[in-house]
Design a protein around this ligand. Structure first.
Ligand code: MN
Length: 420
């Protein structure tokens, strides 16, 4: 532990299975709906806010209703995290400390145990109303690979790439929670050797393994968020799959960037892991040469040592290391607001595809199969260059937690359904 790290209660009275993503040092927030008629003590039906602990959920809505947690304006008795996200860093820290106390002090057990429900008896919902959604392009290995595949006759990195975190505004309304099916998109695509585009289902449907940052505290229009503002504005982190139709994308993206090739669906994991749980995962970002402009110069370490896993139909096809990302989240947030654009509670900004330097660390099938030249072999002997109908892709990730623990993110999963 570093001296600045707060004391950690690492022992809970809850039985947490060995290797669980959710030890008491994690405590991610989500929104769930009890099923099978399960009704936790003190609560009704419908959507509720909860915190994951082991393979259970602590019903925070019930705990607040019973007076076990002080909450301004009933923000924990809501059907999304937005009010809680808007409450800001001091409240996030206060409630995290109180939940830790409830789950670690034996004296609380009698009152709190009745508010635990098995995750198996709950359906997870989209945890917050997504305001604006931005996606970056922060992995140099990914950018080099995509440049080599899409633009073989040009320099792989665009001239601006090392000077600013490149991004685009995506479609907030089609961000869905893990477990939601993804219908294969249709659109225009034009093979390089064809005279004219045709319309039809995408034949090059792909994934992008990413990490998403969830904004809580808003900012004023006209005001910049400085490079040191990440922890004040960002509540936590989710896994994100930026599903991408490469054939639609390749034909439409010049000169304004991604549009319909990505806007049909973006999947996020249901549990938002607080930045506070990731203190032990913080590392220096990679050295940057040339040095970026002043507003982008790092003041703190906001690289994150997350190990990601990409699973297709039960076969792990890649292990992208988030630690290699060239641009870090503090730089992305500073860049996103440098023109005075305001932040709203529920804004989501994603890292961009996470790819490491090794072939087994690439975060998209485009790179893994090198645009179809080297198909990926799955456990059943079948091969994939891009996704087939019925394929299920699941992202997982883990990181060093406080007090020598390991924390996880749960799963970010989706299954491809045929074009409608
Ligand atoms: Mn992306």
């Amino acid at each position: 532990m570093t001296p600045s790290e707060p004391a950690v209660a690492s022992h809970t009275w809850v039985a947490v299975p060995e290797g669980s993503d959710f030890p008491v040092t994690n405590l991610p927030y989500g929104v769930f709906c009890p099923n099978n008629g399960s009704r936790p003590n003190g609560g009704g039906g419908g959507r509720r806010i909860g915190v994951a602990i082991g393979d259970q959920i602590l019903d925070l809505s019930a705990a607040a209703a019973r007076g076990l947690i002080d909450e301004p304006s009933q923000m924990l008795r809501a059907d999304s995290l937005n009010q809680f996200l808007a409450s800001g860093r001091p409240e996030w820290d206060r409630i995290r400390a109180r939940v830790t106390q409830l789950l670690c002090e034996e004296s609380q057990r009698g009152a709190v145990e009745r508010m635990l429900i098995p995750q198996a008896d709950a359906e997870m919902c989209l945890p917050f109303e997504v305001a604006d959604y931005v996606d970056f392009y922060a992995s140099m290995d990914h950018a080099l690979n995509v440049g080599a595949i899409f633009r073989p006759d040009s320099p792989a990195l665009p001239a601006n790439w090392k000077h600013l975190p490149i991004g685009y505004h995506g479609r907030a309304g089609t961000v869905v929670v893990s477990g939601t099916d993804v219908v294969r998109p249709s659109g225009q695509r034009k093979p390089a050797d064809a005279q004219a585009p045709t319309y039809g289902p995408s034949q090059r449907l792909d994934i992008e393994a990413e990490v998403g940052f969830v904004v809580g505290t808003p900012s004023e229009r006209g005001a910049q968020v400085s490079i040191g503002g990440l922890a004040d504005h960002v509540f936590g982190v989710v896994l994100l799959n930026d599903w991408s139709a490469r054939d639609i994308q390749a034909w439409e993206y010049v000169p304004l960037g991604p549009f319909l090739g990505k806007s049909f669906a973006t999947t996020i994991s249901p549990w938002v892991v607080p930045l506070a749980a990731l203190e032990a995962a913080r590392i220096a970002g990679p050295a940057q040469e040339p040095e970026p402009l002043r507003y982008l110069r790092r003041a703190e370490d906001w690289g994150l040592d997350l190990s990601i896993e990409v699973d297709c139909n039960g076969t792990v096809i890649s292990r992208p290391p988030f630690a290699t990302m060239y641009w870090t989240a503090d730089q992305q947030l500073a860049h996103l607001t440098v023109n005075g654009a305001s932040l709203r509670t529920g804004d989501l900004f994603a890292s961009g595809t996470v790819s490491g330097p090794e072939p087994g660390q690439r975060g998209s099938l485009l790179e893994l199969s090198w645009s179809g030249r080297d198909p990926v072999t799955l456990g059943d002997g079948s091969t994939r260059s891009f996704l087939e109908d019925g394929d299920t892709v699941t992202l997982r990730a883990s990181a060093p937690g406080l007090g020598g623990t390991r924390i996880g993110f749960g799963t970010c999963t989706g299954t491809i359904r045929p074009a409608s």
